[in-house]
Design a protein around this ligand. Structure first.
Ligand code: NAD
Length: 510
């Protein structure tokens, strides 16, 4: 069957993909939690949710699995993740299509999300042979001091709707090679892609053969189920991706029981276009960063500062791009901008635009677009010219709104750039080395991601991903982010015949 056939409903297409990927039909047809496609507004599933007691049971199972998994050598654990990467390669088209159906991403972005999953698997496989610690000079003769990295336990994963599967894989691939088990609470807006991902991992587990049962658990439910994960004493680390509001609740709850937190929260990302910038390059990067994924990336470009000398060369071209960008059904067209996730997102966007107008903003776009689906929320991305930052510019509105402001002075624009609560991603467009280096320096961008001559969005998995301030401070994915998924033991071994105490302390007993 051609699953992508044009004349079947979105719900039927989702069901066909789930069936092909081996997901038990009862899980998404016989439950009480509805799931909708933002593409048409159609109901595409009735999910079976877990109760708090069942969630706790699954966490216990994952804990038991961890106790066995931690003893499997790391390179062998890497073999499971290698198989997961293989299964994802096979399932890429189907899972990518399901991401488009359930999250509304355009085709290439749905596929791109699965590619990101494959990439992190490849990264984690290599890493499974590189989980190393230091040996450290000791002050005592006949002693050796070193660090050992051990598996941590059950890793709780809470994910947002806008990266429904990639965020899970960033955490899952690292946790699995680190010797941890995983329990995932996906967004209640995107549960079908979670069922599909779990089925794909189950296939890898079956091929692997002797992994402990219960190594990966899925908790379908709303935030109350997320709270069970956050509060459970057998979950030493929770990696939670979502709004700053969510992080404000989750962070203190984890701190209260001394659990670790990787918080990946909201962004209010900015770009600076300097007088020497390559404006063609800047234009393309800004267009993708601000309008791509319908403005629903944590790294979406939301604020743009343009030097007054190039403002009239760049901004009219940008406005033209906003007026001409194609908005449409991501399953049936090659449109560059798909739907917003739901009505609440649309209402939030309209509210922010109205507030921006009340602060003197001039708006291009922002209106609803009729693509033939009465229950889908499609909008023209909005470009709002402001004289300075005010009102909604300081907030993350999870929709395609770009606030554009002129600037004159580089020091002042750096201050404005950093004057928001979030600190995720940032970029500068310049050919002036002093400006680019300053942007990356200690008194430059205060974000976890700072780019030169590329946009704010579309990070690669090889780098550590995350942001500062109200973005939460967590780091996931590449570089040494793996360390958060393991516990460190400092070992001192005495191979001498004496017992010298550190710092020259003497404690001689008779
Ligand atoms: P959301 O905060 O509404 O929900 C995210 C997840 O948290 C969901 O699974 C939800 O059920 C769960 N949740 C909410 N409250 C909870 C609580 N009190 N305890 C436990 N779990 C709880 O976010 P969303 O609307 O799905 O996603 C959009 C937001 O996510 C944006 O703010 C975006 O910037 C952010 N985001 C950040 C990153 C990042 O890496 N920094 C990546 C993607 C999305």
């Amino acid at each position: 069957m051609n699953i992508a056939a044009k004349n079947i409903s979105v719900a039927a297409e989702a069901a066909a993909i789930l069936e092909k990927l081996g997901v038990d039909k009862a899980l998404y047809t016989q439950g009480d939690m509805p799931s909708y496609s933002p593409v048409t507004g159609e109901k595409i599933g009735s999910l079976k949710t877990v109760s708090a007691a069942e969630a706790a049971e699954r966490i216990e199972k994952a804990h038991a699995a961890y106790r066995a998994w931690r003893l499997v050598p790391a390179p062998k654990r890497g073999e499971l993740v290698r198989l997961l990467g293989e299964e994802l390669r096979t399932a890429k088209d189907d899972l990518g299509r399901l991401v488009s159906i359930e999250a509304g991403k355009i085709r290439s972005e749905g596929l791109g999300e699965v590619q990101e999953m494959i990439d992190i698997c490849d990264f984690a496989v290599g890493l499974s042979r590189q989980l190393y610690g230091l040996t450290i000079a000791t002050e005592r003769p006949g002693h050796r001091m070193m660090e050992t990295w051990h598996p941590l336990g059950v890793v709780g994963i809470i994910s947002a709707f806008n990266f429904p599967v990639a965020v899970w894989s960033w955490n899952a691939a690292l946790a699995l090679i680190c010797g941890d088990s995983i329990v995932w609470k996906p967004s209640e807006k995107t549960p079908l892609t979670a069922l599909a991902s779990q089925a794909i991992l189950d296939r890898a587990l079956a091929r692997f053969g002797d992994a402990p049962e219960g190594l990966s658990q899925l908790l379908i439910g709303d935030r109350a189920i997320g709270e069970v994960l956050v509060d459970h004493p057998k979950v030493p680390l929770v990696s939670a991706t979502g709004s700053t509001r969510m992080g404000r609740d989750v962070g203190p709850r984890l701190a209260k029981r001394f659990a670790r937190a990787i918080l990946e929260l909201g962004g209010n990302n900015a770009g600076i276009v300097c007088p020497s910038a390559d404006l063609d390059m800047a234009l393309r990067a800004i267009a993708f960063g601000a309008m791509g994924t319908a403005g629903q990336r944590c790294t979406t470009l939301r604020r743009l500062f343009v030097h007054r000398n190039v403002y009239d060369q760049l901004v009219p071209r940008l406005k033209k791009a906003y007026q001409s960008v194609s908005v449409g059904d991501p399953l049936q067209s090659s449109a560059l901008v798909g739907p917003l996730i739901d009505k609440a997102a649309f209402d939030g966007m309209q509210k922010a635009i109205a507030e921006a107008k009340s602060h003197g903003g001039t708006v291009t776009g922002g209106e609803r677009v009729d693509v033939g689906h009465a229950d889908g929320f499609y909008v023209k991305p909005a470009l709002v010219e402001m004289s300075k930052q005010a009102g909604p510019v300081f907030e993350e509105t999870f929709a395609p709104i770009l606030y554009v402001m002129p600037y004159d002075d580089f020091d002042a624009v750096l201050e404005d750039h950093n004057a928001v609560a979030a600190g995720l991603s940032s970029s500068i467009f310049t050919r002036d080395m002093q400006e680019s280096e300053r942007f990356l320096a200690a008194d430059g961008s205060d974000c976890g991601i700072a780019n030169v001559n590329i946009g704010t969005s579309g990070a690669e998995i090889g780098g550590a991903f995350g942001g500062e301030k109200e973005t939460g401070g967590g780091r996931e994915s590449g570089s040494d982010a793996w360390r958060a998924y393991m516990r460190r033991a400092t070992n001192t071994v005495n191979y001498s015949k004496a017992l010298p105490l550190a710092q020259g302390v003497s404690f001689d007993i008779e």
